[in-house]
Structures are given as C-alpha cells and as structure tokens.
Design a binder for this molecule. Structure first.
Ligand SMILES: [Zn+2]
Length: 451
C-alpha cells in the first residue's frame, strides 16, 4: 500500500493519511451555492478534490465522497426575485447547468450530493442538540451558537477569539449576546423560504447545513473535510464548533484547503469585472484544457489564469494525444509509479503532469510499435487518475485551424504547385503539419486529416 501524505490545516502539518475505516474512506467537500454557475475559482476545488477522490479510490476499496448543494441562501432569494422566477426554478436550472459544466471538465459525480433544502429536519435535530447541550440559545426568533462556550474555537483557523474582528466577516446582530455568536436558525421575511421548527418558523444558517449533512452521510467523525482556503474562517471553524457542541468531536481528521485562482495576477472580483465563468470558457475551449490549467499549479499555491497558461495546457495535451495517436492497440498495463508517487506526495499535480509529458516524449521518439503500444497504454491509464486523456477525437474537437482556413490553404498550395512554386507549396504543407493537419494528394484531389 502506497503512503499518502496530505497537508492538514488542522495540524498545520504534512500528515500521513490513515483512514478511520480502511474499508470505507469518508470525505466531505463544501459544494456550490446555486444562484449562478461556477467560475474558474469555484472550479479549482471541484477539480482538485476530484483528483483526490480518484486517487483514494485507487488506494482503498471504497470511498464515500459527499459534496453538498446549498440551495437556500440570501443570494438565491435575490437572484430569483430579480429574474421573477421561483427559488426552486432557479436552483433546479443552476444545478442542471452545474452538472453539465462539471461533466465537460470530466469531474466525477460524488457518491452523494445532498441538497440543503432536503435536509432541514436533520439541521433542526443538530440545532436541538446544541440547545440541549447548552451551546446554543434562542433570542428574538433566532437560535445562535454561543462561541465562547466552546473551549477550542479557533482550533482550525488558529485565531484567538480577540483576533476575530466582529463585523468584518462575522455578521453582527443586535440580538447576539456576543458579537462572535453565529446564526443557526433565523426567521424568514415575506417571500423567503420558511420551514416550521420547534424554534419557530424560519430557515437555517449556512454553517449548520454542512454539519447536518456530513453527520447524516458520514457520521460524527470522518476522514477528510475539503474546501477552498477562504472557507477556513468562519465557515469551517463554525462547522467544527457545531459538531463539537453537538457530538463532542472535531468532525474530520484531515482538513484540506486549496488556494484561490487569480486572473492575470489579480484577484477575481465582480467590481474588477474579471470573473471568468466556466460556461463562458467552455464556449471557447475544450473542458479538458480548463481541467489541465487548474491542475498545473499545486493546490496550496495561488493559480494564475492567463492566456499563456491556457496555451501551454493546449500544447501539452496536443503532445499527449499525438503520442496516443501512434498506438495501434492498447494493452493491459499498470499505472506509472512516478505519477502515483507524485499524487501521494500531497497531490503534487504539476509534478504528475510533467511525468505524463515525459512519457509522451518517449513515445513520440520510439520506433518500435510494441513499445509505443505499451507506453501509450501506460500514459492513458496514468492520466486517468488526473482525469485527463479521456477524449476519443481530441484533434477533431480541438482543430487549431478552422476547416474553411484549411480548405483555403490547400487551394493556395495547389495553385502554387500548378505554378511550379514548390517552395511555397512546401511551406503551406509544413504549416498545416505544424497545426496537426496532414494532407494527401490523390487522383481525385487533395484530402486532409487530423494527426
Ligand atoms: Zn461547508
């Protein structure tokens, strides 16, 4: 069994991964709030934790991966009102588009994808437990968690209570006994979704969702809790507080966080106008290129989304698919050890990608067909752990030149040949070859194909 090491935000250490139950590794990741589709920043954790899910599934017989959907939220209410549709119409539409985007990025569905609104009773149960255990209180139709009653609040974010400046990222409310206390249940205004509860009609706070749904599907203590770095405080800290207050444990043994995505070195924000939505990028390029870019930096480092990064990803994929195109028959092989080792070393995806490129280089230099077939099979199989090289007709899908342009160049070349300008004719042929187009002159005319 390979040893897997992951950087654990809870211990602040590179820890060896040891599951609670080797026969069923349990992992939770905070999923989307479905008021609009994902942008490249949201897509990064989805892709990174998909690789972790694939890797764990290779190392262990069973992995239960839960990724929730937040379908009750102020942003959802606002967006539905703006569009004059019901909340359910909006969330169903966004979820459907979300699933389409993810399948184009070759992100596997999680084992369970619970929706918050289908788990209100479970949330009420956890809130009731927090009240019974004396960690929560009711005031002005709200239920709040009493942060200072929890001895280990700050254990994940490593913040002392006096560093948590109320009002900056912590919601202030006049009904709070302490500014740090956070909402477990709140009353709904008119036109907002509302559920009956022992604490009065209303709706849950955001943090309680993840505690209730992870508890239902993964138990009080599970292996991995994953999410974006920006969720550490307050969201994940609050999830731990709720679980500690209700069940007396710290929820997960390993807390894994990915860094954010920059666009041309700038933080993505609506005010700068540089938010790049996945559905827009998918109009321009294959989802596999997006996936490659998102894996090209280590998940703990900021990733810079640039035209150059996209171009490099496309070139690397072209090279790998060129190598696969030489294979005449795929054979049964094992994974390339160095690629699995790179991933077991805290998900070192850039190193794993460089090993894939080396494999492709070797195949492209090889002349022995049986070695090409074997190398290509290792390449394809090893790439599958990164969720790459899954296309059947990559070059057709990713033509570097539009078809009309190819036809035009072939016509120009034929004219050049007629005029006995063989230099120009060769230049055009070389240009096409550089763009993965091979041409053949036949008695009935010139044909082309993608190579
Ligand atoms: Zn969460």
């Amino acid at each position: 069994m390979k040893r897997l090491y992951l950087y654990n935000s809870l211990s602040n250490n590179l820890d060896e991964f040891r599951p609670i139950d080797e026969s069923n590794v349990r992992m939770y990741a905070c999923g989307p709030t479905v008021y609009s589709g994902p942008h490249v920043g949201n897509a990064r954790p989805l892709v990174v934790f998909d690789v972790l899910f694939r890797l764990l599934s290779l190392l262990y017989p069973k992995v239960t991966y839960v990724r929730n959907i937040t379908d009750v939220d102020d942003k959802i209410n606002k967006r539905a009102a703006q569009r004059k549709i019901t909340i359910r119409e909006l969330t169903d539409e966004v979820i459907e588009n979300f699933h389409n985007d993810l399948s184009l990025l070759n992100i596997l569905p999680p084992t369970i994808e619970p929706r918050a609104t289908f788990h209100i009773q479970e949330m009420i149960d956890v809130i009731q437990k927090l009240l019974d255990n004396g960690y929560a209180y009711q005031t002005a139709a709200h239920v709040l968690l009493s942060v200072k009653k929890l001895p280990n609040y700050g254990i994940l974010s490593k913040r002392m209570l006096d560093q948590m400046i109320p009002g900056s990222r912590v919601e202030i409310g006049i009904y709070k006994r302490d500014p740090l206390d956070f909402v477990l249940w709140k009353p709904s205004r008119d036109n907002e979704p509302s559920w009956d509860s022992p604490f009065g009609p209303g709706r849950p706070g955001w943090h309680i969702e993840c505690s209730a749904m992870s508890h239902k599907y993964l138990g009080v203590q599970f292996d991995i809790h994953a999410g974006g770095h920006d969720l550490i405080f307050p969201h994940h800290e609050n999830e731990i507080a709720q679980n500690y207050g209700a069940f007396g444990c710290l929820m997960a043994n390993y807390w894994i966080h990915n860094e954010l995505v920059l666009v041309d070195n700038l933080k993505m924000s609506k005010s700068v106008g540089n938010v790049i939505s996945i559905s827009d990028v998918l109009q321009k390029m294959d989802g596999e290129i997006i996936r490659y870019v998102l894996l090209s930096s280590h998940y703990q480092k900021k990733l810079n989304w640039t035209d150059q990064a996209i171009h490099q990803a496309q070139q690397s994929l072209n090279k790998m698919y060129s190598a696969l195109n030489l294979v005449t028959e795929f054979v049964e092989t094992d994974y390339d050890e160095s690629i699995i080792d790179a991933l077991c070393s805290n998900l070192n995806t850039p190193l794993a990608l460089s090993h894939l490129i080396n494999l492709a280089d070797e195949i492209l230099k090889e002349t022995d067909q049986s070695k090409i077939n074997c190398g290509g099979s290792v390449l394809k199989k090893s790439a599958s752990i990164l969720g790459l090289l899954f296309r059947e007709n990559w070059f057709k899908r990713n033509l570097e030149l539009p078809e009309e342009k190819i036809e035009e160049l072939i016509a120009q070349r034929n004219q050049a040949r007629k005029a006995k300008d063989y230099k120009k004719a060769d230049e055009i042929r070389n240009y096409l070859t550089d763009h993965h187009i091979s041409i053949e002159d036949t008695p009935s005319g010139t044909t082309w194909k993608v190579i």
